[in-house]
Design a protein around this ligand. Sequence first.
Ligand SMILES: Nc1ncnc2c1ncn2[C@@H]1O[C@H](COP(=O)(O)OP(=O)(O)OP(=O)(O)O)[C@@H](O)[C@H]1O
Ligand SMILES: [Mg+2]
Length: 249
Amino acid sequence: MLLKNFKDNVIETKNLDFKTIIQDVSFEIRRGDYAAIIGPNGGGKSTLVKLILGLIPHDNGVIKLFGQAPSLGSLKKIGYVSQGIAKLDENFPISVHEVIKLGLIANKSLFSRITKNDLARIDHVLTKMNIQDLKDAKISELSGGQRQRVMIAKALVNQPQILILDEPNTGVDKQSQINFYALLKDLNHNENITILFITHDLGVIVDDINKVLCINQTLLACHDPRQIYHSEQLNQLYGVDAHMVCHHH
Ligand SMILES: Nc1ncnc2c1ncn2[C@@H]1O[C@H](COP(=O)(O)OP(=O)(O)OP(=O)(O)O)[C@@H](O)[C@H]1O
Ligand SMILES: [Mg+2]
C-alpha cells in the first residue's frame, strides 16, 4: 500500500474555533475525496466553509490548504458556490457569458486580458453545464435551477482542484438534481477534482461519496458513508434532515 504523506491533505483543520459557532473542529480532506458535510440548520456548516475559505477569520486553531497556510495562490485553486447564490443578482443586467467571465477575471492579475484560451474555457464550462443556449440570456431571466448551473460554471471556469458547494441543489427539480449529481461524480472521477459538498440530500449521493462529516457546532463524527444506512439513525444521532435512500443491504 502506498504511504500517503501530509501533502495529500488538500484541506486540513486542527482545533478550529469560531465564536461559539464552531468549536474544536479537526478534520482532513484528501486529494480526490468526495466528502459531504451534513448537520442540522444553524449547525455551522456554512460558517465552517467560510472559515476554510478565509471569508471570515477564525479565533483559534489551524487551517491548511494543500499542506500549507492559506494564501491567495491556494485559494485560487478552490471553486466555491455559496448557499443561496441563485437568489442573488436577480435584477443585475448581466449575461450568463459575462458572469462566467467575471469568474475568470477574479483569478487573473490586474490588467491581464481575456485570451482565446480563456474564451475556450468559458465555452467548455457552458457545454459542461449544458447552458450553451443560455449564454446570452440575462441572469435575471433565468430560473433558479438555471442560475445555479451558471454559478457552478463560474466556479469551474478556473479549473479548480477543489470544488466547495454549499447546498447548491435547494429548490431544483428531480431531473436536474440527478444530472447535477452525475456531473459531480464525473468531475470527481474523471477530472480528479476534490469535492466538499454541504447537503441535506445525503441518501442520493451516498454511493458516490467517500466521507461524511457531521457538524453541529463541533465535528460529531467522520463516517465512511457505507456505514450509514438509515435516515432514522442519522436523525437520532444528529437531528439531521437527510433524505436517505437505502441502497445497501
Ligand atoms: N459571521 C457570523 N458571526 C456570528 N454568527 C454567525 C455568523 N455567520 C453565521 N452565524 C450564526 O452561526 C450559526 C450557524 O450558521 P450557519 O449558516 O453556519 O449554519 P448552517 O449549518 O450552514 O445552517 P443551514 O443548514 O441552515 O444552512 C447560526 O446561528 C448563524 O446565525
Ligand atoms: Mg448553511
